[in-house]
Design a protein around this ligand. Structure first.
Ligand SMILES: Nc1ncnc2c1ncn2[C@@H]1O[C@H](COP(=O)(O)OP(=O)(O)OP(=O)(O)O)[C@@H](O)[C@H]1O
Ligand SMILES: [Mg+2]
Length: 317
């Protein structure tokens, strides 16, 4: 049975302000008590779920987005930008919260500084999210969970959401994102339990090593293979490629495309959207990772978002 939506993304949303070619020394950062001047500036909607929904939509997937914003000017801009895209918006608004904003500074060498503020993402309530997501189980083929650690109010609900999604034949994907200083061992146990229950698990290398307390990806895979139940896994390694562990237990080490990154924000979410698209088209794991690399490479090195055509052109090169 085909369902009307290829994926629903649940997670964070930001108004992203990108400062490109912004001069700063990676060791010093941006100096206090001075004015640092750059030229390039771009407004985008970002955040893990929003990036995934947008990149997926650009690749021709029918996507839906569950997230939270405030009833403020920033929220209006976010809504305006999303309105221009073909995404089903299931966005909570709340006068009590401030829409999250994130500023990304990239210097000419490609180093980045990121700052964020706002309260809306943190206020996305588990019960609310569950209610909306449940309503869509019959209409979606996949559920994407991004930025697990940032949305603390959802942490207790994810496992129930995932289990019930799978009962409805919804493919579940998890990218838990960075492990910050506020993440404690309880959170880590909770996410490990969630990982066992999803279909596809896509952390980056650092996150994978930290969560599974191992020194190498290979050692982590051995740990995963000893679990009674596990997802397929793809560990991304930035410019160094990605390594997958498929359901049979075989390993797929696939190099990234060589590109000059202009703005690395959203690389992971773009990779994930590309991977889902390829997986839904029944590509092999090798092909799906290669496709995902191409999507991410275009996202970080070009000014226009990845499209089916631009991804195919890179794959054919
Ligand atoms: N410098 C690069 N050159 C080519 N491809 C890259 C580069 N950086 C990232 N990518 C692509 O993006 C994918 C994800 O990158 P990475 O492993 O850095 O994820 P991440 O740290 O989770 O990213 P994010 O911070 O966006 O969540 C890689 O597998 C690769 O396809
Ligand atoms: Mg990531």
């Amino acid at each position: 049975m085909t369902k009307p939506f290829d994926a629903l993304a649940l997670g964070s949303i930001y108004l992203d302000i990108h400062y490109g070619e912004f001069p700063f020394d990676p060791e010093i950062g941006i100096r206090s008590e001075t004015e640092t001047v750059g030229n390039e500036v771009q407004l985008r909607v970002g955040g893990s779920a929003a990036n995934f929904a947008q990149v997926g939509s650009g690749l021709g997937l029918k996507t839906a987005l569950v997230a939270k914003i405030g009833q403020d000017r920033v929220g209006n801009i976010v809504t305006d930008i999303l309105n221009e895209q073909n995404i089903l918006r299931l966005i909570f608004t709340d006068p009590e919260v401030k829409t999250n904003v994130s500023s990304h500074f990239t210097n000419p060498q490609g180093d980045t500084i990121q700052t964020t503020a706002g309260t809306a993402n943190l206020a996305l309530d588990g019960e609310d999210a569950m209610r909306v997501v449940r309503n869509y189980f019959d209409k979606i083929s996949a559920l994407y969970i991004g930025s697990y650690f940032k949305l603390t109010m959802l942490q207790d609900k994810y496992e129930a959401i995932v289990k019930s999604a799978r009962e409805h034949d919804v493919l579940t994907l998890l990218d838990h994102g960075m492990i910050s200083n506020v993440v404690n061992t309880g959170h880590i146990e909770q996410v490990k339990s969630l990982v066992r229950n999803v279909d596809v698990y896509i952390p980056n290398e650092q996150e994978f090593l930290t969560i599974w307390n191992v020194n190498s990806i290979k050692q982590g895979f051995e740990k995963m293979l000893s679990l009674p139940k596990r997802p397929i896994i793809v560990v991304t390694r930035g410019a160094n490629g990605a390594i997958g562990l498929d359901q049979d237990g075989s390993i797929h080490d696939i190099p990234s495309f060589k590109v000059q990154p202009k703005n690395a924000v959203g690389a992971g979410d773009s990779f994930n959207a590309g991977f889902l698209k390829a997986w839904q088209k029944k590509f092999s794991m090798d092909e799906a990772i290669r496709y995902a690399h191409a999507v991410a490479a275009i996202r970080i090195s070009e000014n226009t978002p990845p499209s089916k055509e631009s991804v195919q052109a890179l794959l054919d090169k």
